[in-house]
Design a protein around this ligand. Structure first.
Ligand SMILES: [Zn+2]
Length: 89
């Protein structure tokens, strides 16, 4: 599945930096694809060091409130915007 909409930009909610390479993006799972929760995105570094247990990829519950999203997407930034690399429920 892919994103229903591609945010034009994503800022990390932990450090405020633009995500330009890779990061974590919570999303709501719809029949046609993932609906990104762009306000809750975190960058790769913060995902590992601030949000998840130190040195570990964050879990969905680390990033959003319970019921805030269905899946935690790991996205990589491309010319088209964020592209889903993997999804963790
Ligand atoms: Zn960050």
């Amino acid at each position: 599945m892919d994103l229903l909409t591609r945010p034009a930009e994503l800022a990390c909610r932990a450090c405020g930096e633009q995500i330009t390479d890779a990061g974590y993006l919570p999303a709501i799972e719809r029949e046609a694809g993932y609906e990104p929760q762009a306000d809750e995105a975190v960058c790769d570094d913060c995902g590992f060091n601030e949000v998840g247990m130190t040195g570990c990829a964050p879990e969905l519950d680390d990033v959003v409130e319970p019921d805030g999203a269905d899946v935690l997407l790991y996205v990589r930034w491309t010319d088209d915007g964020p592209t889903v690399v993997s999804a963790k429920e």
